[in-house]
Design a protein around this ligand. Structure first.
Ligand SMILES: [Zn+2]
Length: 295
């Protein structure tokens, strides 16, 4: 089989470095991009996305605590761009699910838009934000009554870009949809993170549905290639309760962390299980701007 072409630098030197759950993981030695090749088919991905995602949020157990930690996480991301936003500004969330982030955006006075692939989640989001504000499908195919370019003040991709089949098309579509001066905010696993260098092949982010794994350097390169400017990075922070972590590791089994989480859960008093902590998750938060028009 011919070597897969690197999605960012177009090099042909990518090497297989791991096989896991039937997927082959490649790393490009030139730009360090990691990716699954060949990509899993649609049926495999649909199967993964059906239902299991809601279990992972721990929603069946304690929705109140799960929502509180998600809210803090989303508030942190929204606050990163609040200085460029005004009341009524249009915000797009890619992979909006049932619209938890958009609920928050709406409460803060912004106009919420979303795209999502799950039928179930799209129905709920449309009921909340209106038919015209939620599109079912990928960003590059998205249609909005509001327009096909220069409509959003901020576009959020939280745990989204690693799932798409063509990140370049996705980022280019975000560029087109953003107003000049608008901001793109990406959260995605960071192969240059400390957790990756500690855990290596047992890194928690290696999953069949994560098709691409970026570093700060190569995602920066992709953003510059697609015309973005002012690219800067922050550590990805998520707010967690021990209870949430426990449910995550029950859904996504890990040889070390799942037994550890269970042990902790059995020993921790109830109040501690629901206490909210902030932790860095081996992800990066990337901010980039669509350049403003020159006068
Ligand atoms: Zn490369």
């Amino acid at each position: 089989m011919e070597n897969p072409v690197c999605h960012i630098c177009a090099g042909r030197n990518a090497k297989l470095f791991m096989k896991k759950n039937g997927s082959s993981f490649f790393r490009c030695p030139d730009c360090k991009l990691e990716f699954i090749f060949p990509q899993p088919d649609d049926a495999t991905l649909t199967e993964i996305y059906s239902g299991k995602y809601y279990d992972a949020w721990g929603l069946h157990i304690d929705s109140q605590t799960a929502e509180k930690s998600k809210r803090l996480t989303f508030e942190y991301r929204l606050n990163l761009v609040k200085n460029i936003l005004n009341r009524g500004d249009k915000i797009l969330d890619c992979g909006c699910a049932t619209g938890f982030f958009l609920d928050l955006a709406k409460q803060k006075g912004y106009t919420p838009y979303g795209i999502e692939i799950s039928d179930y989640a799209v129905q709920i989001a449309k009921e909340k934000f209106g038919d015209e504000n939620v599109f079912k499908g990928n960003l590059e195919d998205a249609y909005f009554v509001a327009g096909q370019a220069d409509i959003f003040d901020a576009v959020f991709m939280t745990d989204y870009l690693e799932h798409v089949r063509n990140p370049r098309q996705t980022v280019s579509a975000a560029f087109r949809f953003l107003k000049p001066g608008g901001m793109l905010v990406i959260t995605t696993p960071d192969t240059s993170s400390l957790s990756k260098s500690f855990l290596g092949k047992s890194w928690i982010h290696y999953k069949t549905e994560h098709l691409f794994y970026f570093s700060r350097k190569n995602i920066g390169r992709l953003l510059v290639q697609t015309q973005f400017a002012d690219v800067n990075f922050k550590k990805g922070i998520k707010y967690f309760t021990p209870e949430y972590v426990f449910h995550q590791f029950n859904v996504y089994r890990h040889p070390v962390f799942t037994p550890l989480a269970r042990l902790f859960y059995r020993m921790a008093p109830g109040s501690l299980r629901k206490k909210i902590f902030s932790i860095s998750t081996g992800e990066m938060l990337v901010l980039a701007r669509k350049p403003a028009l020159k006068n």
